[in-house]
Each structure stands twice: as C-alpha cells, then as structure tokens.
Ligand binder design. Structure first.
Ligand SMILES: Cc1cc2nc3c(=O)[nH]c(=O)nc-3n(C[C@H](O)[C@H](O)[C@H](O)COP(=O)(O)OP(=O)(O)OC[C@H]3O[C@@H](n4cnc5c(N)ncnc54)[C@H](O)[C@@H]3O)c2cc1C
Length: 283
C-alpha cells in the first residue's frame, strides 16, 4: 500500500460507543477517490502527519514516499483500522477505534478527535468475506477485531449458522450487534483493558482462547475469521483451529494478530516478519 496516494479526510464527529471504543466519522473532498471494498474486513491505513509538517510543500502525488526526504521525526506514523461503515450518500466513513490510554497514536487520537482535524488515509485493503458455502462460521477476536466481526455478522445471510466470540474488558464494553438468529454471539470478559490486565488474563491465558477452545465444535465445514492480540491468536487459536481441528487453510486463511501487547504497530510489524521467517524456516 506504501505507494498508494494519500486521501485527505476531516473528522466531522465522534461517538463514544463504549468506554474503550470510539467511532470517528470522516468526510472529505477525496471521498470521490475512495473506492469502498466489498470485503467485510476492509481496512485503511491511517496516516498521522506531524502537525509541524507543511504537506502543501511536499512532492505530488502525495504518497508515503513524499515524506522520504524529511528527518525521521517528521515522517508520519501509520496505523491500520477497519472501515466499519461507508455511507456513500453522505460521503462519510466510520471507523471504530479502541481507546487504550494516552500511549500510542490511533487510540489517543480517537479519544480526543475534534471536528475539522485532518487525517490521511491509504486504501482500502481487505481479504475476507464470510463464504456462503460454509456450513458454519466461527468469528473470534478482541475489541480490535470487533468492527470487522460486526461487519461480517451483518453480511451473513439470515439462515447462517455460527458462533462469534468477542473479548472485551467487561459488560460495559458490549455494543449492540446485528446477527442472524442462528449465530450465537458470546461476549467474553477479561476484566480490564487488554494492555493492562495481568499476564494470567492475556496472551496464552486470554479468556478468548479458553472460550474458543472449549466451545462445542459444530458439524460440517467451518469458515473461520480470528483476529486480535497476536500471542492469543497466532500461538493459541491458530494452532487449535488448523492443527487440532484440522481446518484447511482455504477455510482458515483469515487468522492473524491485529496487534501485540507491549509493541507499537511499527515494532509489531517487525515481530510478524520474524515469525513468518521462523515459520518458513521450520517447514
Ligand atoms: C487489518 C487490521 C484491522 C484493524 N482494525 C482495527 C480497528 O478497526 N479498530 C482498532 O482499534 N484497531 C484495529 N486494528 C489494530 C490496530 O491497528 C492496533 O491496535 C494498533 O497498534 C493501534 O495503534 P495505536 O497507535 O493506538 O497504538 P500503538 O502505538 O501501535 O501501540 C502503543 C501501545 O498500545 C498497545 N495497544 C495497541 N493496540 C491495542 C489495543 N487494541 N488494546 C490495548 N492496547 C493496545 C500496544 O501494545 C503498545 O504497547 C487493526 C489491525 C489490523 C492489522
């Protein structure tokens, strides 16, 4: 996505959906060049440009490469966020962002976003849509995957069968979801913010892992969508689904970490690269 043009949007409002989730509404003259994706996990790269950078003076077309000549501290931070809704008539995009304290970029920005603030987007990308040929659907994740799970649940046909597991801090973080009658939605409580709970409530011990690995497995072909904190997903849920349950990659290709405890998105990207190299080496 790095060479793709940056699209200029402005914050037009925010909604506090839950204590740890804020919806940010964006509009902009570049909406015309934003081509919505048909994938339910459609995502954009949010490009946070430092306030002291004069974007007007940068090489055009504006891409991440336009910032290459600037000192490192003046280059943008990039964060990946799901496109929760696109309202073509209103020319508006909604992003649901986890607020997790003052550290980080995206969460802190969402918590304090004000109308008129400029933000640049790249994308959208995406890869998953629930396959109607599956006998049942397994959707699992923490708050970071909740926007994508909510969108997938809305896209399922009314006769779909499945189970969704969403790990949040507590009952106050549940948000209303629209799902087919035979898709059971299970909220799983960890007892605090994902980055703040003790190690015995996260990673290998995340309540989401226990919920998914102890649930009754439904008969027939499953289509899985599993995302969230990387240790819980990549070292626990993925081996459970692929190896223990023997689900073929075709039906379990959308399983990955969306973030990692103790790492920023930049250092998480490095961890993902190292994991992929280690896995390629062990084959
Ligand atoms: C395809 C994709 C789609 C995604 N969609 C969404 C989405 O719709 N909404 C969303 O909020 N996130 C989403 N994420 C996750 C998001 O990109 C990361 O959580 C990202 O690190 C947030 O950036 P930040 O600037 O807030 O924190 P960073 O600067 O990246 O990290 C700062 C600190 O915060 C911690 N942290 C990061 N994320 C979380 C979290 N969710 N909970 C608690 N602590 C955290 C880090 O471990 C680190 O210690 C998505 C990720 C991917 C790959």
């Amino acid at each position: 996505m790095a060479g793709r043009p940056l699209q200029r949007f402005e914050v037009v409002g925010t909604q506090q959906l839950a204590p740890h989730m804020v919806r940010v509404l964006l509009e902009g003259s570049d909406f015309g060049t934003f081509v919505p994706s048909s994938f339910t996990d459609s995502y954009v790269k949010l490009v946070f440009v430092p306030s002291d950078v004069d974007v007007a003076g940068l090489p055009r077309p504006l891409t991440l490469d336009s910032f290459a000549g600037l000192p490192p501290q003046k280059r943008p931070s990039v964060r990946t966020i799901t496109v929760r809704k696109v309202d073509a008539a209103a020319r508006r995009i909604a992003l649901d962002i986890v607020v997790h304290g003052e550290h980080g970029v995206a969460g802190a920005w969402a918590a304090t976003a004000q109308p008129g603030q400029v933000i640049y987007l790249m994308g959208p990308g995406g890869a998953y849509t629930p396959d109607p040929a599956a006998d049942w659907h397994l959707l699992a994740g923490d708050e970071s995957a909740l926007p994508a799970i909510a969108t997938a649940l809305e896209a399922l046909p009314p006769n779909a069968i499945g189970k969704a597991f969403i790990e949040v801090a507590g009952p106050e973080d549940q948000i209303p979801l629209t799902a087919p009658e035979s898709v059971q939605v299970n909220w799983v409580y960890r007892g605090g913010r994902a980055d703040m709970v003790s190690d015995d409530r996260a990673g290998d011990f995340a309540p989401l892992v226990e919920a998914v690995t102890t649930t009754l497995w439904l008969p027939g072909q499953v289509h899985a969508f599993v995302h969230g904190e990387a240790q819980a997903v990549m070292h626990n849920l993925r081996p459970y689904i692929r190896k223990e349950r023997g689900v073929d990659k075709k039906w379990a290709s959308s399983i990955s970490g969306y973030w990692r405890r103790g790492r920023t998105e930049e250092t998480f990207r490095q961890w993902k690269k190292e994991l992929a190299e280690a896995e390629a080496g062990s084959r």
